[in-house]
Write a protein that binds this ligand. Structure first.
Ligand SMILES: [Zn+2]
Length: 331
């Protein structure tokens, strides 16, 4: 499926607002699904398995999940999985099927009163690269390692994230390994954290893996159905915030926001709460990211105490600071 030339304005938020998951399922004539309250349940149309309870669609949250093939996400992910295409192509396809069009006055022409609305639309450029899913998973990862307790990560959180000491051979030997998944939940890399200062570098990532293409924990945050997302810098910040009761959290894996990460945030969420480190780099990044996102989604900055980072805060402090991220209502 190739997007038609000349019609390549894509508006992720506009498509998600305009089209319900139920309408998309109807488009695919998936009428055999059983209804339980606001959920549809049945055989998975993506992998085509026989189990008639593996696929669930939540109609109020507009998200789906398959317990067999692990496909999950929103309408864009669903169409991308059905059509075996990219998220951008899925958005273009949905726009075409459901008649979602860019406001008159597209950039490139002269901007008019529609300029503010137009900022939410972007021109589809050539596809960005993607990280190739790994063909293996590390086994025997020890998630009850004392290092994790020291960093305030409890065994349940470590097990959920699949984080722990890897005792086996190879690049990650003797490091705390952190699985990184793409938006579709596919394992694309492990980050290996040194246990102490004697191992360098502090973090190892496999060659060929581009962290700028992923948001750590997006696959979990996106299926909560939350419109708000909390953005932190590091893996451990992310796990601590999750543990404090906020599963809609992602990590930049650094203090800069790449173009691909920016698109991901805008595609999945309407409101962004920035909770970066309490240092010069964190403050500068908060300013820069706020400037880039403002007008395209709502942004709030939560300032952590000077000299600290979210993974060093107590759960009650995190909850206090993030009271804003609990709001279900628009800000
Ligand atoms: Zn499936």
């Amino acid at each position: 499926m190739t997007p038609r030339a000349g019609a390549n304005w894509v508006g992720f938020a506009a498509v998600k607002r305009a089209v319900s998951l139920e309408a998309v399922l109807r488009h695919y004539q998936l009428l055999g699904l059983r209804r339980h309250r606001d959920q549809l349940q049945g055989c998975c149309p993506i992998h085509g398995g026989h189990r008639d309870d593996s696929f669930r669609a939540h109609l109020t949250k507009n998200v789906f999940q398959c317990f067999a093939c692990h496909a999950r996400g929103n309408i864009l992910d669903f169409v991308a999985a059905m059509e075996k295409c990219s998220i951008r192509e899925a958005a273009l396809q949905l726009q075409q099927w459901f008649g979602v069009t860019a406001p008159v006055g597209a950039p490139g022409m002269r901007w008019s009163g529609a300029a503010a609305d137009m900022q939410n639309w972007e021109l589809v450029r050539k596809e960005e690269g993607t990280n190739v899913p790994l063909r293996f998973a590390l086994t025997c990862v020890q998630w009850n390692h004392p290092y994790l307790a020291q960093r305030g990560i409890d065994p349940a959180t470590a097990a959920e994230f699949g984080v722990g000491l890897y005792p086996g051979p190879g690049l990650m030997r003797g490091r705390i390994v952190i699985p990184i998944r793409n938006a579709r939940g596919q394992l694309v890399a492990y980050a290996g954290r040194a246990l102490d200062g004697r191992q360098a570098p502090k973090y190892k990532l496999p060659a060929g893996f581009h962290k700028a293409l992923e948001l750590f924990n997006l696959q979990r945050a996106a299926v909560t159905g939350a419109k708000t997302v909390i953005v932190v810098e590091g893996y451990f910040d992310c796990m601590r915030v999750h543990q404090a009761g906020f599963p809609w959290v992602v990590a930049l894996m650094g203090s800069s926001l790449s173009a691909a990460q920016e698109s991901s945030l805008l595609r999945h969420f309407d409101r962004v709460v920035l909770m970066l480190d309490g240092d010069a780099a964190g403050y500068a990044a908060s300013h820069a990211i706020t400037a880039r996102l403002s007008g395209r989604c709502s942004v709030k900055v939560v300032r952590v105490p000077d000299g600290s980072q979210p993974d060093q805060l107590s759960c009650s402090t995190i909850r206090q600071l993030l009271a804003v991220a609990r709001t279900r209502e628009p800000w």
